[in-house]
Design a binder for this molecule. Sequence first.
Ligand SMILES: Nc1ncnc2c1ncn2[C@@H]1O[C@H](COP(=O)(O)OP(=O)(O)OP(=O)(O)O)[C@@H](O)[C@H]1O
Ligand SMILES: [Mg+2]
Length: 453
Amino acid sequence: MSAEIRPISGGRFERIGAHSHIKGLGLDGLKALPVADGMVGQTEAREAAGIIVRMIKEGKMAGRAILLAGPPGTGKTAIAIAIAKELGADVPFVALSGSEIYSAEMKKTEVLMQAMRKAIGVRLHEFRKVYEGEVTSFDVKFTRHPYNPYQQMPESARLTLETTDDKRTFSVGSTITMAMINQGITVGDVIQIDAETGRVIRVGRSEKAAEKFEIAAISEKPVPRPSGNVEKEKEFVYTMTLHDLDEMSARRSGGLLSLFFGGPERAEIDPEVRQRVDEMVKERVEEGTAEIIPGVLFIDEVAMLDIEAFAFLNRAMESDLAPVIILASNRGITKVRGTDIESPHGMPLDLLDRLLIITTRSYTAEEVKEILKIRMKEEGVDVEEEALDLLTKIGAETSLRYAVQMIRPAAEVAKEAGRKAISVADVERVSELFADVRKSTKYLREYEQRMLA
Ligand SMILES: Nc1ncnc2c1ncn2[C@@H]1O[C@H](COP(=O)(O)OP(=O)(O)OP(=O)(O)O)[C@@H](O)[C@H]1O
Ligand SMILES: [Mg+2]
């Protein structure tokens, strides 16, 4: 028997709201369907991404890097997210924007190092001795509080745990007693007590106890009464990332579960700690009590990285515990940050040289229209046919991104006017009020002299 404990690692997914309609790459085998999983067109790029997904799943991509290159609003970020969806929840996927490496608290290379290590999963198997069963009696003995004679506090308890085959009664001390009271554990609950640490885990309400009441107070799914002996060796499976292990190892105290109670968020980690973790993981892999799950580190807007960061990435890709790195860029030939060298995508040539490059192309008007329709459905917005045509025209002329961003404001304007669906007037109004990049650049050029330099 095994239990899966999965820590919730820092969610970096807020910025993905604009891509909530993307459910996958929309492939049938390795062939892209014209419209599927929220994806429209861009078939070659999606098919290439499909091959990458296969390679990642087969573990043949670790330490390699891919570049998604194409004009703004052509679905690079959308494809990266679709790759994450295709990989499933078991494969870590970490998203980072190039500019995020410049933080006040940490060195650039430390931010990158942590991101890389968040993108490598480790599944650890641990056997622990536990007492497990349904609580069939729980009698607490109280004593007077040492400082407050009017207050009673639990001193110890007698506890009976039953399985379908076994029954044991224990006397337990104040720590376990308090832990049980604090979690509201009562007769009829199935619990586990870790023999070594005394940590109490409430598994759930037992089916048998739940049957007694027609209407249960809490709407939780009852669990069966465990079988076998009350005292047993149980296998626990923890899925965490190398970064989680680094942090735990840096804190050292508390063991695996201290992870759930957090700690200092943004601190640099000593290279020696990482080395220790790597050794421990490798040893356990050899022993057969751990598996490594190489995931994906996605770095969007890669031209924001500088020469130091690129050098670090280049080196890191060589290490044997490296994730798959997916980069995205909408820049043409531009300066590599921190140098005077012009280079495609603002990336050093030696790094570019070892990338697999997937290009995305601009959309046709029909594709823009189809994507806008999907986004409107996703946002629960209605639109009149002519208004959709106008927005499509705007999207094809400016950028898909701009047209997608106009949906919400247009819906607000329509609502204010008492309309259920977006009309042509609403689209015209918001395109007057909000500038796209080109309009705003033109404005800047015209008024440059009068603005603050
Ligand atoms: N092929 C597609 N199918 C469905 N939706 C798409 C597709 N391509 C892009 N989108 C959607 O259009 C919007 C803009 O695309 P996205 O942000 O992925 O472009 P990008 O190439 O990353 O642009 P940038 O270079 O500006 O970062 C997003 O809401 C995205 O989800
Ligand atoms: Mg993008």
